[in-house]
Design a protein around this ligand. Structure first.
Ligand SMILES: [Fe+2]
Length: 320
C-alpha cells in the first residue's frame, strides 16, 4: 500500500486544515439545489446535508435547518493525531474558553472553544484535507489550423475538486488574526489594513485557508472551491447563470493569493467561489506577509464587485 506523504512543519503545533464548515439555512431543499448546480455532491446526512466534491471522500460542509436567516454555525479545524494532547494544553495556556458542542452536534469530535466574536470553533483529529502541494492548473490551446471550438451543447459540467478556503466576517480583523495565530497556529499570509486578512496553515496549505473580512458582526462571507483551469472558472459561471444564479462577482483575478475567481451569490446573500491557481505555501516556506494598499485587497482585473459584496446578511444576535 502506498504511503501517504503529508507536508508537516517539524516541531510546529497548529491546525493543518479547515476540516469543515457548518451553516444553518431556512430551507434545506434550496441549499441542495444551489450546491448541486454548483457541482458539489450533496448527501442526506444526520438529518441535514453533507457537502462533498466529486470523487473525494471528505465532507467539506454540513448544512442543517435553522431559522429564517442563514447563519454560520461553526468552523471545524483538523489537527494531526499526535498533536491532540499538546494542543489541548496549548489552548488552555492561550486562555481559550472551552464550550460545549453546539446543540445538535453529537459524537466524539474533539475540543470546542469560543472563537473571536463568539464563533464556536472545533478542533479535531482529522486527515489533512488541505493540499500538500500546489494544485494542478491546466491551460489548453489548440495548434494552428485546428478548431478550439467547445459547443455550448457539449460544455462540460464543472465539478470542484476540493474546498480551498472559507471567509468569515469579523468585527476586528487585527484581533481576529491574533486569535487564530495564538490558538490554532495559523499564519498571516497577507492583509490589507483593517479591511481583510488571509491566513494559511502551518503544515502547508493554499495561500489562505481562512480569510477575515471586516464587518459589524460575525458571519460567513464565502466558501471557495478549487477548480483546475481558468476555463472551469468561466464554465462554472455559465452553468450557474443558466440556472438563474446570475448575481455574483467575476470573472477576475485576485491580487492576494493570485487566484482566478468567480463568485456566485447563494440564496442567502453570501457566496460560493470557483477558484483556480491560488498560491500555495508549503510547510517549509517562510512566507513574507505583507500589508497591502486597499486597491490591492480585492482584484487585479475583472468587473467591479457588486455594491453589497461585503454586506453581512446574517443576524446580529447569533447565539454563541
Ligand atoms: Fe476567496
Amino acid at each position: 500500500m502506498d504511503q501517504v506523504v503529508v507536508n508537516r512543519r517539524p516541531g510546529a503545533l497548529g491546525a493543518h486544515s479547515i476540516d469543515h464548515f457548518a451553516i444553518e439555512v431556512p430551507d434545506l431543499e434550496e441549499a441542495r439545489r444551489f450546491y448541486t448546480l454548483f457541482g458539489l455532491e450533496v448527501r442526506d446526512e444526520n438529518g441535514g446535508l453533507g457537502l462533498y466534491t466529486k470523487g473525494h471522500p471528505h465532507c467539506w460542509g454540513v448544512i442543517t435547518k435553522g431559522g429564517e436567516t442563514k447563519r454560520l454555525a461553526y468552523l471545524s479545524f483538523g489537527i494531526f493525531e499526535d498533536e491532540m494532547e499538546a494542543m489541548s494544553l496549548h489552548l488552555d495556556e492561550a486562555g481559550a474558553k472551552r464550550i460545549a458542542a453546539p446543540i445538535g452536534v453529537s459524537g466524539s469530535n474533539g475540543i470546542w472553544i469560543e472563537g473571536f466574536d463568539g464563533l464556536p470553533i472545533n478542533i479535531r483529529v482529522a486527515d489533512k484535507s488541505s493540499p500538500n502541494e500546489k494544485s494542478l492548473f491546466e491551460t489548453t490551446s489548440v495548434g494552428p489550423g485546428l478548431p478550439g471550438t467547445v459547443a455550448n451543447s457539449k460544455a462540460p459540467k464543472v465539478f470542484p475538486r476540493r474546498l480551498s478556503h472559507f471567509a468569515i466576517y469579523t468585527t476586528d480583523v487585527g484581533t481576529a488574526i491574533d486569535f487564530y495565530e495564538r490558538t490554532l497556529g495559523l499564519r498571516l499570509s497577507d492583509r490589507s489594513g483593517p479591511a481583510v486578512a488571509f491566513l494559511h496553515g502551518v503544515h502547508g496549505s493554499d495561500h489562505h485557508l481562512l480569510a477575515l473580512v471586516a464587518s459589524t458582526h460575525r458571519g460567513m462571507h464565502h466558501v471557495s472551491w478549487d477548480v483546475g483551469s481558468f476555463q472551469d472558472v468561466g464554465l462554472g459561471y455559465a452553468q450557474m447563470a443558466r440556472n438563474g444564479f446570475l448575481r455574483g462577482w467575476g470573472v477576475g483575478r485576485h491580487v492576494l493569493g493570485a487566484n482566478y475567481f468567480h463568485y456566485v451569490r447563494d440564496p442567502w446573500g453570501s457566496y460560493s467561489e470557483y477558484s483556480a491557481d491560488i498560491d500555495y505555501i508549503p510547510a517549509d516556506c517562510e512566507w513574507h506577509a505583507g500589508d497591502h494598499a486597499p486597491e490591492d485587497s480585492m482584484f487585479l482585473w475583472g468587473p467591479m464587485p457588486p455594491g453589497d459584496f461585503i454586506t453581512n446578511f446574517e443576524p446580529t444576535d447569533a447565539p454563541a
